[in-house]
Design a protein around this ligand. Structure first.
Ligand SMILES: [Zn+2]
Length: 180
């Protein structure tokens, strides 16, 4: 069985950096898949005593339950960003998350969840998040504007979309009845 692991550069999200890590598994016949990268327990241990693992289905953000399949979330308030993703689990900085509106919290979580299911591409993760929000009913047009305000300070670069470009792409995804 061949396992390929691809690590992507950190990406600006507002003032924040979202670390997207994705893996590609090539699973041979009858071979069990295995994951590259740390387990949630290894990650929590590595970052020290303050990190906490929230089992799948038990995370709430502003009293809204958030799920990402069977993925747990590690609360790491030392993380230098709002959120990040490793293959198999999500990471949130609860101190930074406390500063943003509910819809932005849910979008950040869902963006990281998007990396779990859709891979490393930022625009795809953004699209996943807003379509999920629309489908689940937590993302209104006003909420989408809060997200746009949140990412507005982002600077574009050769690798990354600017905040306004990301916002335009998310508006299009939000309006698109076809789920991507
Ligand atoms: Zn991302």
């Amino acid at each position: 069985m061949a396992v390929a692991r691809v690590v992507f550069d950190p990406v600006r999200l507002g003032l924040a950096r979202i670390v997207a890590v994705a893996i590609v598994l090539v699973v041979a016949l009858n071979a069990a898949p295995s994951l590259a990268g740390p387990t949630p327990e290894e990650y929590a241990k590595h970052v020290g005593g303050s990190a906490k693992i929230i089992p799948p289905g038990q995370l709430t953000l502003d009293n809204r339950r958030m799920t990402c399949g069977q993925r747990p979330t590690v609360i790491d308030d030392q993380l230098d960003d709002y959120g990040a993703a490793y293959p198999g689990f999500l990471i949130l900085n609860s101190k930074l998350m406390a500063r943003v509106p509910t819809a932005v919290k849910q979008w950040i979580y869902s963006h990281e969840c998007g990396h779990q299911f859709r891979g490393p591409d930022e625009e795809t993760a953004d699209c996943f998040a807003v379509q999920r929000g629309r489908r689940q009913g937590w993302l209104t047009p006003d909420g989408l504007e809060e997200i746009c305000s949140f990412i507005r300070p982002s600077k574009g670069s050769s690798m990354h979309f600017s905040g306004s470009h990301r916002c335009e792409a998310m508006r299009a995804c939000y309006a698109d009845p076809k789920v991507r």
